[in-house]
Design a binder for this molecule. Sequence first.
Ligand SMILES: Cc1ncc(C[n+]2csc(CCOP(=O)(O)OP(=O)(O)O)c2C)c(N)n1
Ligand code: SF4
Ligand SMILES: [Mg+2]
Length: 302
Amino acid sequence: MSGAVIGGMKDLPSAHLLGAGTGLCAGCGGMEALHQIYDLLGPKTVFVNAAGCMTMLASYPFTPFRGGWLYTAMACAPAGAQGVRDALDILAAKGRMQAEEDMTVVVLAGDGSTYGMGLSATSAAIERGLDFIYLCYDNEGYGNTGQQSSGATPHNARTADSARGWSGAKKDLFAIWAAHRPAYCATVVGAEPLDLARKIQKAAALKGPRLIHALAPCPPGWDFEAQEMVDIGRLAVSTGVWPLKEYENGRVTHTRTPKPRVPVENYLRRQGRFAHLFAPERREAEIARIQSEVDAYWAEIS
Ligand SMILES: Cc1ncc(C[n+]2csc(CCOP(=O)(O)OP(=O)(O)O)c2C)c(N)n1
Ligand code: SF4
Ligand SMILES: [Mg+2]
Protein backbone atom coordinates (compact mmCIF):
# COMPACT_ATOMS: atom_id res chain seq x y z
CA MET A 1 0.00 0.00 0.00
CA SER A 2 1.42 3.38 -0.92
CA GLY A 3 0.76 6.70 0.75
CA ALA A 4 1.05 8.45 4.06
CA VAL A 5 -1.43 9.68 6.66
CA ILE A 6 -1.29 13.42 6.72
CA GLY A 7 -3.12 15.85 8.97
CA GLY A 8 -5.91 18.23 7.93
CA MET A 9 -5.43 21.95 7.66
CA LYS A 10 -6.39 23.70 10.89
CA ASP A 11 -9.46 25.89 11.33
CA LEU A 12 -10.57 26.13 7.71
CA PRO A 13 -14.35 26.25 7.28
CA SER A 14 -15.50 23.60 4.86
CA ALA A 15 -16.96 26.30 2.60
CA HIS A 16 -13.35 26.91 1.65
CA LEU A 17 -13.51 23.64 -0.26
CA LEU A 18 -15.40 25.30 -3.09
CA GLY A 19 -13.05 28.27 -3.23
CA ALA A 20 -10.01 28.89 -5.33
CA GLY A 21 -6.95 26.78 -4.76
CA THR A 22 -8.63 23.39 -4.56
CA GLY A 23 -6.92 22.41 -7.81
CA LEU A 24 -10.24 21.20 -9.24
CA CYS A 25 -12.28 22.59 -12.16
CA ALA A 26 -15.00 25.18 -11.64
CA GLY A 27 -18.39 23.46 -11.59
CA CYS A 28 -17.04 20.09 -10.49
CA GLY A 29 -20.04 17.92 -9.54
CA GLY A 30 -17.83 15.55 -7.56
CA MET A 31 -16.60 18.43 -5.44
CA GLU A 32 -20.16 19.65 -4.90
CA ALA A 33 -21.16 16.24 -3.52
CA LEU A 34 -18.01 15.87 -1.43
CA HIS A 35 -18.49 19.32 0.08
CA GLN A 36 -22.01 18.47 1.24
CA ILE A 37 -21.00 15.02 2.48
CA TYR A 38 -18.07 16.35 4.48
CA ASP A 39 -20.29 18.98 6.09
CA LEU A 40 -22.55 16.15 7.29
CA LEU A 41 -19.88 13.65 8.35
CA GLY A 42 -17.82 16.29 10.12
CA PRO A 43 -14.15 16.61 10.94
CA LYS A 44 -13.76 13.19 12.57
CA THR A 45 -13.32 11.67 9.14
CA VAL A 46 -10.30 9.97 7.62
CA PHE A 47 -10.41 10.04 3.83
CA VAL A 48 -8.60 7.19 2.11
CA ASN A 49 -8.18 8.54 -1.38
CA ALA A 50 -7.44 6.53 -4.50
CA ALA A 51 -5.50 8.47 -7.13
CA GLY A 52 -7.86 10.64 -9.18
CA CYS A 53 -9.11 14.22 -9.42
CA MET A 54 -9.81 14.56 -5.67
CA THR A 55 -6.15 13.84 -4.99
CA MET A 56 -5.56 17.41 -6.18
CA LEU A 57 -7.20 18.60 -2.95
CA ALA A 58 -4.22 17.49 -0.86
CA SER A 59 -0.87 19.16 -1.21
CA TYR A 60 1.37 17.61 1.33
CA PRO A 61 1.20 18.22 4.25
CA PHE A 62 -2.15 20.02 3.91
CA THR A 63 -5.70 19.14 2.93
CA PRO A 64 -8.82 21.34 3.12
CA PHE A 65 -10.23 18.90 5.72
CA ARG A 66 -9.75 18.89 9.46
CA GLY A 67 -9.57 15.12 9.78
CA GLY A 68 -7.07 12.76 8.17
CA TRP A 69 -6.08 11.83 4.64
CA LEU A 70 -4.35 8.74 3.29
CA TYR A 71 -3.40 8.67 -0.37
CA THR A 72 -3.29 5.24 -2.01
CA ALA A 73 -2.76 3.75 -5.44
CA MET A 74 -5.91 3.32 -7.54
CA ALA A 75 -6.39 -0.36 -6.77
CA CYS A 76 -6.04 -0.41 -3.03
CA ALA A 77 -8.03 2.29 -1.23
CA PRO A 78 -10.25 -0.32 0.54
CA ALA A 79 -7.08 -2.07 1.78
CA GLY A 80 -5.85 1.31 3.03
CA ALA A 81 -9.19 1.81 4.77
CA GLN A 82 -8.75 -1.55 6.50
CA GLY A 83 -5.36 -0.41 7.80
CA VAL A 84 -6.75 2.86 9.14
CA ARG A 85 -9.75 1.12 10.76
CA ASP A 86 -7.46 -1.46 12.36
CA ALA A 87 -5.14 1.26 13.68
CA LEU A 88 -8.07 3.12 15.25
CA ASP A 89 -9.43 -0.08 16.81
CA ILE A 90 -6.02 -0.98 18.25
CA LEU A 91 -5.61 2.50 19.75
CA ALA A 92 -9.06 2.14 21.36
CA ALA A 93 -8.30 -1.39 22.64
CA LYS A 94 -5.08 -0.17 24.23
CA GLY A 95 -6.87 2.71 25.91
CA ARG A 96 -4.88 5.25 23.90
CA MET A 97 -7.99 6.69 22.23
CA GLN A 98 -11.30 7.54 23.86
CA ALA A 99 -14.54 6.40 22.19
CA GLU A 100 -15.46 9.99 21.35
CA GLU A 101 -12.19 10.42 19.47
CA ASP A 102 -13.01 7.64 17.03
CA MET A 103 -13.18 8.56 13.34
CA THR A 104 -15.24 7.52 10.33
CA VAL A 105 -13.14 5.88 7.64
CA VAL A 106 -14.21 6.96 4.16
CA VAL A 107 -12.79 5.70 0.89
CA LEU A 108 -12.89 8.55 -1.61
CA ALA A 109 -12.48 7.13 -5.09
CA GLY A 110 -13.41 7.88 -8.67
CA ASP A 111 -15.25 5.52 -10.98
CA GLY A 112 -12.03 4.40 -12.66
CA SER A 113 -10.76 2.97 -9.39
CA THR A 114 -14.17 1.85 -8.23
CA TYR A 115 -15.44 0.04 -11.33
CA GLY A 116 -12.06 -1.25 -12.39
CA MET A 117 -8.75 -1.55 -10.61
CA GLY A 118 -10.16 -1.35 -7.07
CA LEU A 119 -13.10 -3.70 -7.51
CA SER A 120 -11.51 -6.84 -6.06
CA ALA A 121 -10.11 -4.94 -3.05
CA THR A 122 -13.61 -3.52 -2.51
CA SER A 123 -15.28 -6.91 -2.79
CA ALA A 124 -12.87 -8.34 -0.22
CA ALA A 125 -13.38 -5.43 2.17
CA ILE A 126 -17.17 -5.87 2.02
CA GLU A 127 -16.77 -9.61 2.57
CA ARG A 128 -14.72 -8.90 5.70
CA GLY A 129 -17.48 -6.63 6.93
CA LEU A 130 -15.13 -3.66 7.12
CA ASP A 131 -16.67 -0.74 8.96
CA PHE A 132 -16.28 1.99 6.34
CA ILE A 133 -18.09 4.26 3.93
CA TYR A 134 -17.12 4.00 0.28
CA LEU A 135 -17.76 7.26 -1.54
CA CYS A 136 -17.50 6.89 -5.30
CA TYR A 137 -17.76 10.18 -7.18
CA ASP A 138 -18.70 9.03 -10.65
CA ASN A 139 -17.73 11.33 -13.51
CA GLU A 140 -18.03 8.39 -15.88
CA GLY A 141 -14.42 8.36 -17.00
CA TYR A 142 -10.76 8.67 -16.05
CA GLY A 143 -11.10 12.42 -15.53
CA ASN A 144 -7.74 13.27 -14.07
CA THR A 145 -5.90 11.92 -17.10
CA GLY A 146 -8.19 13.47 -19.72
CA GLN A 147 -11.46 11.48 -19.58
CA GLN A 148 -10.63 8.10 -21.02
CA SER A 149 -13.44 5.50 -20.86
CA SER A 150 -13.96 3.57 -17.63
CA GLY A 151 -16.35 0.82 -16.58
CA ALA A 152 -18.76 3.64 -15.66
CA THR A 153 -18.85 5.34 -19.05
CA PRO A 154 -22.34 5.21 -20.56
CA HIS A 155 -22.81 3.65 -23.99
CA ASN A 156 -22.35 6.24 -26.75
CA ALA A 157 -20.57 8.89 -24.65
CA ARG A 158 -17.59 10.40 -26.43
CA THR A 159 -14.39 10.03 -24.44
CA ALA A 160 -10.71 10.71 -25.10
CA ASP A 161 -10.29 7.17 -26.41
CA SER A 162 -13.64 6.82 -28.20
CA ALA A 163 -14.21 9.83 -30.42
CA ARG A 164 -17.26 8.20 -32.06
CA GLY A 165 -18.84 7.22 -28.75
CA TRP A 166 -18.04 4.50 -26.22
CA SER A 167 -19.05 1.06 -27.45
CA GLY A 168 -19.18 -0.43 -23.95
CA ALA A 169 -21.90 -0.03 -21.33
CA LYS A 170 -21.98 1.34 -17.77
CA LYS A 171 -21.71 -1.41 -15.16
CA ASP A 172 -24.32 -1.56 -12.41
CA LEU A 173 -22.17 -0.70 -9.39
CA PHE A 174 -25.16 -0.49 -7.06
CA ALA A 175 -26.17 -4.06 -7.95
CA ILE A 176 -22.59 -5.30 -7.57
CA TRP A 177 -22.48 -3.85 -4.07
CA ALA A 178 -25.98 -5.03 -3.17
CA ALA A 179 -25.04 -8.57 -4.21
CA HIS A 180 -22.53 -8.52 -1.33
CA ARG A 181 -25.34 -7.75 1.14
CA PRO A 182 -23.61 -4.77 2.75
CA ALA A 183 -25.08 -2.59 5.49
CA TYR A 184 -26.19 0.16 3.12
CA CYS A 185 -25.97 1.47 -0.44
CA ALA A 186 -27.28 4.75 -1.82
CA THR A 187 -27.10 6.76 -5.00
CA VAL A 188 -26.94 10.54 -4.64
CA VAL A 189 -26.17 13.67 -6.65
CA GLY A 190 -25.06 17.02 -5.26
CA ALA A 191 -27.85 18.77 -7.18
CA GLU A 192 -30.43 17.02 -4.93
CA PRO A 193 -29.09 18.08 -1.51
CA LEU A 194 -32.04 17.03 0.68
CA ASP A 195 -32.05 13.49 -0.66
CA LEU A 196 -28.27 13.40 -0.28
CA ALA A 197 -28.37 14.70 3.30
CA ARG A 198 -30.93 12.13 4.42
CA LYS A 199 -28.85 9.30 2.99
CA ILE A 200 -25.58 10.49 4.47
CA GLN A 201 -27.20 10.82 7.90
CA LYS A 202 -28.54 7.29 7.54
CA ALA A 203 -25.19 5.90 6.40
CA ALA A 204 -23.35 7.68 9.21
CA ALA A 205 -25.58 6.05 11.82
CA LEU A 206 -24.87 2.53 10.53
CA LYS A 207 -21.82 0.26 10.88
CA GLY A 208 -20.21 -2.00 8.31
CA PRO A 209 -19.66 -1.55 4.58
CA ARG A 210 -21.69 1.32 3.16
CA LEU A 211 -21.68 2.66 -0.41
CA ILE A 212 -22.44 6.25 -1.34
CA HIS A 213 -22.46 6.48 -5.12
CA ALA A 214 -22.50 10.11 -6.24
CA LEU A 215 -23.07 11.07 -9.86
CA ALA A 216 -20.46 13.73 -10.59
CA PRO A 217 -21.29 15.93 -13.59
CA CYS A 218 -17.92 16.98 -14.98
CA PRO A 219 -17.71 20.11 -17.20
CA PRO A 220 -14.53 19.24 -19.13
CA GLY A 221 -15.18 15.49 -19.32
CA TRP A 222 -18.85 15.77 -20.31
CA ASP A 223 -18.35 18.98 -22.28
CA PHE A 224 -20.70 21.54 -20.74
CA GLU A 225 -20.22 24.95 -19.12
CA ALA A 226 -19.39 25.05 -15.42
CA GLN A 227 -22.55 26.99 -14.52
CA GLU A 228 -24.72 24.19 -15.95
CA MET A 229 -23.54 21.58 -13.44
CA VAL A 230 -26.59 21.74 -11.13
CA ASP A 231 -29.00 21.67 -14.11
CA ILE A 232 -27.25 18.62 -15.54
CA GLY A 233 -27.43 16.85 -12.16
CA ARG A 234 -31.15 17.59 -11.84
CA LEU A 235 -31.80 16.44 -15.41
CA ALA A 236 -30.02 13.16 -14.69
CA VAL A 237 -32.67 12.58 -12.01
CA SER A 238 -35.74 14.00 -13.78
CA THR A 239 -35.04 12.01 -16.97
CA GLY A 240 -34.62 8.83 -14.92
CA VAL A 241 -31.03 8.31 -16.11
CA TRP A 242 -29.76 8.49 -12.50
CA PRO A 243 -32.24 6.73 -10.21
CA LEU A 244 -32.04 7.93 -6.63
CA LYS A 245 -32.31 4.81 -4.47
CA GLU A 246 -31.02 3.00 -1.44
CA TYR A 247 -30.43 -0.58 -0.33
CA GLU A 248 -30.91 -1.74 3.23
CA ASN A 249 -31.72 -5.12 4.78
CA GLY A 250 -31.89 -6.82 1.39
CA ARG A 251 -34.38 -4.34 -0.06
CA VAL A 252 -33.97 -1.63 -2.70
CA THR A 253 -36.12 1.49 -2.31
CA HIS A 254 -36.34 4.35 -4.78
CA THR A 255 -36.28 7.67 -2.95
CA ARG A 256 -37.49 9.67 -5.94
CA THR A 257 -39.70 8.58 -8.82
CA PRO A 258 -39.63 11.22 -11.54
CA LYS A 259 -43.22 11.83 -12.69
CA PRO A 260 -43.64 12.60 -15.47
CA ARG A 261 -40.19 11.62 -16.67
CA VAL A 262 -38.46 14.24 -18.83
CA PRO A 263 -37.26 12.83 -22.22
CA VAL A 264 -33.67 11.60 -22.01
CA GLU A 265 -32.84 13.75 -25.02
CA ASN A 266 -33.05 16.85 -22.79
CA TYR A 267 -30.15 15.44 -20.74
CA LEU A 268 -28.09 14.23 -23.72
CA ARG A 269 -28.39 17.46 -25.70
CA ARG A 270 -26.83 19.55 -22.93
CA GLN A 271 -23.55 17.61 -23.10
CA GLY A 272 -20.98 17.77 -25.87
CA ARG A 273 -20.02 14.15 -25.24
CA PHE A 274 -23.32 13.16 -26.88
CA ALA A 275 -23.23 15.81 -29.65
CA HIS A 276 -22.53 13.18 -32.34
CA LEU A 277 -26.03 11.75 -31.66
CA PHE A 278 -27.58 14.98 -32.95
CA ALA A 279 -25.18 16.26 -35.67
CA PRO A 280 -24.25 16.19 -38.48
CA GLU A 281 -27.40 14.09 -38.66
CA ARG A 282 -29.73 12.95 -35.91
CA ARG A 283 -29.14 9.30 -34.93
CA GLU A 284 -32.74 8.53 -34.12
CA ALA A 285 -32.25 4.82 -33.47
CA GLU A 286 -29.50 5.44 -30.90
CA ILE A 287 -31.48 8.15 -29.09
CA ALA A 288 -34.55 5.90 -29.05
CA ARG A 289 -32.48 3.01 -27.72
CA ILE A 290 -31.16 5.07 -24.80
CA GLN A 291 -34.70 6.20 -24.01
CA SER A 292 -36.04 2.65 -24.19
CA GLU A 293 -33.36 1.41 -21.76
CA VAL A 294 -34.37 4.06 -19.24
CA ASP A 295 -38.06 3.26 -19.82
CA ALA A 296 -37.37 -0.44 -19.30
CA TYR A 297 -35.60 0.23 -15.98
CA TRP A 298 -38.54 2.19 -14.58
CA ALA A 299 -41.09 -0.25 -15.98
CA GLU A 300 -39.31 -3.09 -14.18
CA ILE A 301 -39.15 -1.39 -10.80
CA SER A 302 -42.78 -0.32 -10.87
C1 LIG B 1 -2.19 1.91 -11.80
C2 LIG B 1 -2.38 3.31 -12.26
N1 LIG B 1 -2.66 3.53 -13.57
C3 LIG B 1 -2.83 4.81 -13.99
C4 LIG B 1 -2.71 5.85 -13.11
C5 LIG B 1 -2.86 7.25 -13.62
N2 LIG B 1 -4.06 7.87 -13.13
C6 LIG B 1 -4.06 8.74 -12.11
S1 LIG B 1 -5.57 9.38 -11.79
C7 LIG B 1 -6.25 8.45 -13.04
C8 LIG B 1 -7.71 8.58 -13.37
C9 LIG B 1 -8.56 7.94 -12.32
O1 LIG B 1 -9.91 7.92 -12.76
P1 LIG B 1 -11.08 7.89 -11.69
O2 LIG B 1 -10.81 6.87 -10.68
O3 LIG B 1 -12.34 7.82 -12.42
O4 LIG B 1 -10.94 9.30 -10.96
P2 LIG B 1 -11.07 10.76 -11.67
O5 LIG B 1 -9.72 11.05 -12.25
O6 LIG B 1 -12.12 10.68 -12.71
O7 LIG B 1 -11.38 11.66 -10.54
C10 LIG B 1 -5.30 7.67 -13.68
C11 LIG B 1 -5.57 6.77 -14.82
C12 LIG B 1 -2.44 5.56 -11.76
N3 LIG B 1 -2.34 6.53 -10.85
N4 LIG B 1 -2.27 4.28 -11.36
S1 SF4 C 1 -12.08 16.77 -14.50
FE1 SF4 C 1 -14.23 16.63 -13.80
S2 SF4 C 1 -14.18 15.40 -11.88
FE2 SF4 C 1 -12.06 16.14 -12.34
S3 SF4 C 1 -11.88 18.08 -11.16
FE3 SF4 C 1 -12.53 18.61 -13.25
S4 SF4 C 1 -14.80 18.68 -13.10
FE4 SF4 C 1 -14.07 17.57 -11.30
MG1 LIG D 1 -13.69 9.28 -12.95
